[in-house]
Design a protein around this ligand. Structure first.
Ligand code: PMP
Length: 458
């Protein structure tokens, strides 16, 4: 039997009294760096629904930043984690092999290896750690130091990762000096084409810019790696032009530069394929040298992976490791998540696999949102792939409208839809991949209502 479609249930005005009390204590004792976009304090979750401490049940359209792949408290994930917990919670993967991580690595590389190619896996705890590992490996393997990253990118908050991150200055101000040897080049955003280019040719413009750097200020034989999100996440859920990544691969090959795809936000089935770069396969395909994944890999338990071609993963024994990295309980959650992503275990109402569901429900949401653009001219762009969707708010002159986006985000929350911003004026739609078409309709109806209330206010 299919789970019944539900509606949000708001039992108190927001924030409810318990939420307000915890938020006040949170403001007293936790780091001043935490953001609180709206008042929500979770108590428990089930599937795509989260209930706050006051009993208000909301539809989750952001999945803890694209993390809760299988929704909240998925019985298959819970069982897998419980079983591993009763055996052992930790031994230390840096020192001792463990079957659960060995088999997880075997499963992950199957999704990336091409005939005649072998890949290996390094496990960490977070996206930033996977990125740090990728950069360390790239430098160690090539004997070169320089790394090229993109503007608008987000790669994490540790020193190497914030240096690579190319978005908000607040991530860097007052924290320097950062890692030496990092350059940023524009990201090919078809909605806001950089370097005076056009949507169609913005990829070529970026590549021409890189070639110019190689001839003027940056000797390419000093560049270890080019790191890029195949679909940019925090920067605004941006899909580059088809064919761009393949041309970038060509340029990297020409100069012996490693190509790192940061799939921390876009990977693990979110776009409908295991890795978002695989969406470009029918356009000739592109194979990176290193891939980073985290977030959605284990439905909320902390584990990340840095995958690299065997020919690249040549760093010496003992040169890199981590106490908790590849934790077996998190690995158990990753196995269960993969079961559902691959369709080894089926989720009711979600077709053959969660990846297939992401494609079909994502296509549906994209087409509904595009239809909404006629009613709401301030929805300047609707883009994405699978359940990786960005909705960009614009002013009448086409410039980003961050204020309107913030108002929309709050209006949606007040009607029971948990959502999260990104970029300058974008709301990301990154729900659990178990979202059914009925759940999607519920969410879209809330969005419509919220956007209508904004239109009448304006
Ligand atoms: N890379 C990308 C593409 C990300 O989106 C993020 C997190 N938003 C990170 C790296 C960092 O991940 P974490 O917060 O787990 O360190």
């Amino acid at each position: 039997t299919l789970p019944k479609p539900r509606q949000p249930e708001l039992k108190t005005s927001l924030p409810g009294p318990k939420t307000a009390a915890i938020m006040a204590r949170d403001a007293q004792h936790l780091s001043t760096s935490y953001m609180r976009p709206y008042p929500f304090v979770p108590d428990h979750g089930e599937g795509v629904w989260l209930t706050d401490v006051d009993g208000n049940t909301m539809l989750d359209f952001f999945a803890g930043i694209a993390v809760s792949t299988t929704g909240h408290a998925h019985p298959h994930v819970v069982k897998s984690v419980q079983e591993q917990m009763t055996r052992f919670a930790h031994v230390c993967l840096t020192d001792y092999p463990q079957e659960i991580t060995t088999s997880l690595a075997e499963r992950l590389v199957k999704h990336i290896e091409k005939p005649g190619e072998k890949w290996r896996v390094f496990f960490g705890n977070s996206g930033a750690e996977a990125v740090e590992a990728a950069v360390k490996l790239a430098r160690n393997h090539t004997g070169r130091t320089h790394i090229i990253s993109t503007l608008g990118s987000f790669h994490g908050r540790t020193y190497g990762a914030i240096t690579l991150t190319g978005s908000k200055t607040k991530y860097k101000r007052g924290f320097g000096p950062l890692l030496p040897g990092v350059s940023h080049v524009p990201y090919p955003n078809p909605f806001r084409p950089p370097l005076g280019s056009t949507p169609e040719f913005c990829g070529d413009a970026v590549l021409a810019h890189v070639k110019n750097l190689f001839q003027t200020v940056l000797p390419p034989d000093e560049v270890a790696a080019f790191i890029i999100e195949p679909m940019q996440g925090e920067g605004g859920y941006i899909v580059p032009p088809m064919g761009f990544l393949k041309k970038l691969r060509g340029l990297c090959d020409q100069h012996g530069i490693l190509l790192i795809f940061d799939e921390v936000q876009s990977g693990m089935g979110r776009t409908g394929k295991m890795f978002s770069f695989q969406q470009f396969e029918e356009y000739g395909g592109v194979q990176p040298d290193i891939v980073t994944v985290a977030k959605g890999i284990a439905s909320g338990l902390p584990i990340s992976a840095m995958l690299a071609k065997e020919s690249v993963m040549t760093w010496p024994v003992g040169s890199h490791g981590s106490t908790f990295g590849g934790n077996p309980v998190a690995a158990a959650a990753a196995h269960a998540t993969l079961d559902l992503l691959e369709g080894v275990v089926k989720h009711p109402g979600c077709g053959d696999s969660l990846m297939e569901n992401a494609t079909s429900v994502g296509d549906y949401i994209l087409s509904e949102l595009r239809a909404m653009q006629t009613e709401f001219p301030f929805l300047g762009d609707v883009r994405g792939q699978g359940l990786f969707i960005g909705l960009e708010f614009v002013k009448p002159d086409g410039s980003p409208d961050g204020k309107l986006r913030d108002a929309a985000s709050m209006a949606m929350f007040e009607k029971g839809l948990l959502n999260l911003d990104c970029g300058e004026a974008v709301i990301r739609i990154s729900p659990p991949l178990i979202l059914t078409r009925e759940d999607a309709e519920t969410g879209l109806e809330i969005m419509r209502g919220a956007l209508r209330s904004l239109s009448t206010q304006r």
